[in-house]
Design a protein around this ligand. Structure first.
Ligand code: SF4
Length: 186
């Protein structure tokens, strides 16, 4: 069993590798790499899509308006950022926040897989359709949000992206209801 200190050390080493990455062309346009942040022994692991402008400036995940929504949703189930781990599929911002390209996802996914394997969370919560597509294709987020499923060793909980609740206020209570399922897994 890997202890918390060892996990923390391995995660820090992985972070350094990610911050130095030039595996796809986004390394030319990013300001900062955004490897992710949180607890090395987190029981819940959130996956977003990619850094936006504020994340690119700060090097931290979910620091803009969507981040505030995420913080409120976490607080609603008694969690703080220090207890969870938050990252995204891509660790560098796509120009103009365009969708990730398949070759960018392919280049970056090994880092996400390594983070998951180091942290070994009890629950992986995907935020939005792109993160869901890593684990399941052929279904929409609207069809399976809030419905957990197994993928190899992990339980996946598909959630809407917090940014969706900014543009569509009716999704906010839906997100809150889906977040309310998280403590069942912890
Ligand atoms: S998006 Fe991922 S693969 Fe591309 S340069 Fe950044 S860290 Fe490397």
């Amino acid at each position: 069993m890997t202890g918390p200190d060892t996990r923390h050390t391995h995660l820090a080493a992985l972070r350094q590798r990610i911050e130095a990455c030039t595996e796809c062309s986004l390394c030319h346009t990013r300001a900062r790499v955004v490897p992710g942040a949180g607890n090395a022994t987190a029981r819940v692991f959130f996956i977003g899509e990619a850094p936006g402008r504020k994340e690119d400036e700060s090097g931290l995940p979910f620091v803009g308006a969507a981040g505030r929504v995420l913080d409120e949703l976490l607080a609603g189930v008694g969690l703080t950022r220090s207890e969870v781990f938050i990252t995204s599929i891509l660790k560098c911002r796509p120009p103009d926040n365009r969708d990730p390209l398949p070759e960018e996802v392919a280049a970056c996914l090994p880092y996400l897989a390594a983070q998951v394997e180091l942290i070994r969370p009890r629950l992986i919560a995907t935020l939005g359709r792109h993160a869901l597509a890593i684990f399941r294709t052929g279904v929409t987020i609207g069809e399976i949000h809030g419905q957990p499923f197994r993928d190899n060793d992990y339980t996946i909980l598909p959630l809407y992206h917090p940014a969706a609740a900014i543009y569509n206020r009716r999704l906010r209570p839906v997100l809150a209801d889906d977040f309310a399922k998280i403590p069942d897994f912890l």
